[in-house]
Design a binder for this molecule. Structure first.
Ligand code: GDD
Ligand code: MG
Length: 359
């Protein structure tokens, strides 16, 4: 058994990912409100819940925003150190860069954009029982091409690490959470950008290090795309995704203080209404994420979509699987479907875009 108090957590945030960029400009992605809390709060509270006490947050950008929110970590029962990269160092460089802040011989490294229910104590125990150099949390997904594919032998030994390959040999993928022996982290080259997935893991396998997989089937979602962000948020609201940080009653909707929802508006599917947002009568919101100060007009329909801070959606507009940027104004009766993105501050006049001819 491993005592989690003798383990460091390393959380990676930043980097070059741009997939959510048009979503909202008001907050860095890991700080976006997710079921009412900055996204990272869910991960940090899970780390604290497992009994880990010391966290190093390795970031390549906007470190001040994280520090302003989480401070020394004491509110979450953690001690948080911050390490900032001058230039993005990639996932491997980001891990190597925190080495001097580690206090213990074992570290769990987390991709900062994953919502997961993995049992961290069980992961640590599996690492120690196998006397592994590195243990990777692995999950099975429908389409492994967007992830790191990680085949294993029947005893869990990892045989290859194939990052984002077109023809993955298995549906078992890297879940973005690894237990490392500290000595392995100290051997990662420093001073240059490198990828843990494309360089470090393949090298460790080539060197014959003991790299093991820990497979489970708990909740797991990478929140990096708008579609996943919307689903993950709804799953938190409905109680499908676990988070020790959430204390409110789980259900079909989460309406923040200071929001106004007219009688006759229908909120379902894990919809979140931010502070100061206004929802008019007859609106139907299903799995919607409405950020603070947004306004939704009478009879509008919003499904599986994100409405940015202070954006306006006109009466009887339809937004399905869309992302409306901060402060954008979508006119009455507009229809935006199938991944449509409206950039922050853009105005679309009443009836200005439709996917059907009926008025
Ligand atoms: N500090 C720091 N510096 N963090 C970084 C950097 C960097 O230069 N680059 C990326 N990160 C952080 C991201 O913020 C994210 O939390 C994590 O590292 C992974 O980066 P993504 O850009 O989200 O990668 P991905 O989702 O395409 O793929 C990764 O995650 C998958 C699981 O969600 C890989 O690890 C895959 O193998 C894995 O399957
Ligand atoms: Mg990701």
């Amino acid at each position: 058994m491993v005592n989690p108090a003798n383990v460091d957590a390393v959380v990676l945030v930043g980097g070059m990912g741009t997939r959510l960029r048009p979503l909202t400009l008001s907050a860095p992605k890991p700080m976006l409100p997710t079921a009412g809390l900055p996204f990272l709060t869910h991960l940090l509270s899970r780390i604290a819940d497992a009994g880990i006490e010391h966290v190093v947050l390795g970031t390549s950008y906007k470190a001040g925003v994280f520090e302003a929110e989480f401070g020394d970590g004491s509110k979450l029962g953690l001690q948080i150190d911050y390490v900032v990269e001058d230039e993005p160092l990639g996932t491997g460089g980001g891990i190597a860069n925190v080495a001097s802040k580690l206090r213990h011989d074992t570290a769990v490294v987390f991709n900062g954009d994953v919502l997961s229910g993995c049992d961290l104590r069980a992961l640590l125990d599996s690492h120690s029982e196998n006397q592994a150099d590195v243990t990777l949390h692995l999950v099975r997904v429908g389409d492994p091409r967007a992830f790191g594919c990680v085949p294993t032998e029947s005893d869990g030994t990892v045989t290859a690490f194939l990052e984002k390959t077109q023809d993955p040999p298995t549906d078992q993928i890297n879940a973005g959470c690894y237990v490392f022996k500290r000595s392995i982290i100290e051997q990662i080259p420093t001073g240059r950008a490198l990828s843990v997935e494309r360089e470090v893991f393949p090298l460790l396998l080539a060197e014959g290090r003991k790299v093991c997989g820990y497979v489970d089937s708990t909740y797991w979602r990478d929140m990096g795309t708008p579609e996943d962000f919307v689903r993950g948020s709804a799953d938190l609201v409905r109680g499908i995704a676990p988070s020790p940080a959430l204390t409110h009653q789980r259900g079909e909707k989460l309406v923040h203080d200071g929001a106004s929802v007219a009688p006759g508006a229908l909120l379902i599917g894990g919809t979140v209404i931010g502070r100061g947002a206004e929802i008019a009568g007859g609106a139907r919101l299903d799995g919607a994420v409405i950020f603070d100060g947004a306004k939704v007009g009478a009879g509008a329909v919003i499904e599986r979509s994100i409405i940015g801070f202070g954006a306006h959606i006109g009466p009887r507009a339809l937004i399905r699987d869309g992302v409306i940027g901060d402060g954008a104004d979508v006119g009455a009766r507009c229809e935006l479907l199938r991944g449509a993105r409206v950039w922050p501050g853009i105005t679309i006049p009443d009836g200005g875009i439709r996917f059907s001819t009926d008025i």
